[in-house]
Write a protein that binds this ligand. Structure first.
Ligand code: BES
Ligand code: ZN
Ligand code: ZN
Length: 507
């Protein structure tokens, strides 16, 4: 649980800063202020995005940060460069980052730099008390030049970036916390605490309420556990818009967007048990729920204009004498009967109930995030999420939001003719597709059956990017908080895109 570093904005680099970042474009290495090209060459510095060259004389360090070619620089390069700087400053505690000329829109750029600085200095040391005592970054000043208006613009951007990065770090903390510590009751408690403090409405369903609500999938997965399940429902109401309506003071005519996140606090596979190798990182199987909860906690400070309701079903997937058996059948929230032939395909079972609940809100759209299939990592690797949808326009809207946020997603199809692979002999649907191929698509098709008629829905399979074995850009090893930024970008700009629900065709 890292303490958030403070990002300030000033016209110039403050006198007390002992490490100063200066940016370099790879095609202009001879124009880096204060550093000669020969020195950069000697350091083997090429200016590629995220590369750094450190010139430290003991009292002050100049850190040259690569942004790549000058004609491609944008928020992704600034975020990455700022993260690389934060990772390269060693023992320096008071930092400054000189905002580069020619890096595009200042508000967006300052936001990206703030995100990169905070995300790049994240560490999870709850269980490493000695590491927690090491010198930490005190503050970073973003120096933007002499224009007072630029200072104001950058300050606003930094405030947004800090709110977003803070949310991402919260999601990372949750994902990094071991499954034996972050049990469903603890997860629900942490979510409720933070959401209440942020001003959201919180409802936590315990086992009794889950049973009363007929959440058969959540109960089926939970059967083999000594830990009780939870379902956390969060609601964000935008502040009443004084300009809209005749001063009604309500937000009744704004859209509702529903979010759903897979919250498996540990996935052993159940009776269809995973091999040891495949189980090691399975505390991360709640990354979807963490992203939904963390993103929602940021909405009030970002003054988002759309109503948002989030559902996070939580359980671990364990084995005991009561564990569900392959071949067992349960009835989901929407009345669909499900034959469970592989207990390791458990995420879709808890999402089935949560998607049905979300649909009951009659939202303008639903987005779910889930560490759902290893097959998605086979398809796209560990850095790119799979994006599936029942609505082409909505899929583009989500893909655009991810692009703006600097998170990588790629569209995958939901082929209608593959749905028959989920036909069951004994129930409405079975939970695996049979055969080795296309497991991400059959998982997506399974989920689609639980989305209410006519509701645009997008599914992000984040099995890969929710967790990294190696650091990459602004993400260190371990939990990344993937999805938080995409959700925030989507909700911040809701209504600005034609395809956001309303009168679009739904298949
Ligand atoms: N949580 C896993 C998916 C996963 C695997 C996430 C690796 C992150 C990294 C999921 O519950 C699972 O086990 N899926 C099975 C589905 C199969 C049984 C149809 C899988 O991917 O093997
Ligand atoms: Zn599983
Ligand atoms: Zn799982």
């Amino acid at each position: 649980m890292s303490d958030q570093i403070a990002v300030k904005v000033a016209k110039t680099v403050p006198a007390g800063a002992t490490a100063v970042a200066t940016c370099a474009f790879s095609d202009h290495l001879n124009r880096v202020p204060g550093v000669r090209k020969a020195a950069l060459d000697r350091a083997g510095f090429t200016g590629s995005p995220g590369s750094v060259a450190v010139f430290d004389d003991g009292s002050q360090a100049i850190v040259v940060v690569g942004l790549g070619p000058s004609d491609t620089v944008g928020t992704a390069q600034l975020r990455r460069g700022a993260a690389a700087f934060a990772g390269a400053v060693g023992r320096h505690r008071r930092l400054a980052f000189e905002y580069p000329d020619g890096a595009g829109d200042l508000a967006d750029g300052a936001r990206a730099v703030a995100e990169g600085l905070i995300l790049g200095s994240y560490s999870f040391d709850q269980f490493k008390p000695t590491a927690g005592q090491a010198p930490r970054i005190d503050s970073v000043t973003l120096a933007v030049g002499d224009d007072a208006q630029d200072v104001r613009t950058a300050r606003a951007g930094v405030a947004l970036g800090a709110a977003v990065a803070d949310a991402v770090c919260f999601a990372r903390d949750l994902v990094n916390t071991p499954g034996g510590t972050l049990t469903p009751p603890v997860f629900a408690e942490r979510a409720a605490e933070r959401a209440t403090a942020a001003g959201l409405t919180v409802e936590v369903m315990d086992e009794k309420a889950i049973r009363a609500a007929g959440l058969g999938g959540l109960l089926a997965v939970n059967q083999g556990s000594t830990q009780p399940p939870r379902l956390v429902k969060l609601t964000y109401e935008p502040a009443a818009d004084d300009d809209a309506g005749a001063g009604t003071g309500t937000s009744k005519d704004v859209d509702t967007v529903a979010l759903v996140g897979k919250g498996i606090t540990f996935d052993s596979g159940g009776l269809s048990i995973k091999p040891a190798e495949g189980m090691m990182d399975m505390k991360m199987d709640m990354g979807g729920a963490a992203a939904v909860i963390a993103a929602m906690c940021a909405l009030p400070s970002l003054d988002v204009g759309v109503r948002v309701v989030g559902f996070a079903p939580m359980t671990d997937n364990m084995v005991n004498g009561d564990a569900q058996r392959p071949g067992d059948v349960f009835t989901a929230r929407n009345g669909t009967t499900v034959e469970v032939l592989n207990t390791d395909a458990e995420g879709r079972l808890i999402l089935a109930d949560a998607l049905a609940l979300a649909s009951e809100e009659e939202p303008a759209a639903i987005v779910d995030l889930a560490t759902l299939t290893g097959a998605c990592m086979v398809a796209l690797g560990d850095r790119i999420a799979g994006l599936m949808s029942n609505d082409d326009d909505f899929r583009s809207t989500v893909a655009d939001a991810a692009e703006r946020a600097g998170e990588r997603v790629w569209p995958l199809p939901l082929p209608d003719d593959y749905r028959s692979r989920l036909d069951s002999q004994v129930a409405d649907i079975k939970n695996i597709g049979g055969g080795r191929y296309g497991g991400t698509l059959t998982a997506g098709l399974f989920l689609r059956d639980f989305v209410g008629e006519g509701i645009p829905w997008a599914h992000l399979d984040i099995a890969g990017p929710a967790w990294l074995a190696e650091a990459d850009g602004e993400n260190g090893k371990g939990g990344t908080g993937f999805g938080v930024r995409t959700l925030i970008a989507l909700l911040e700009d809701w209504g600005e895109n034609e395809a956001d629900g309303d009168d679009e065709d739904v298949e």
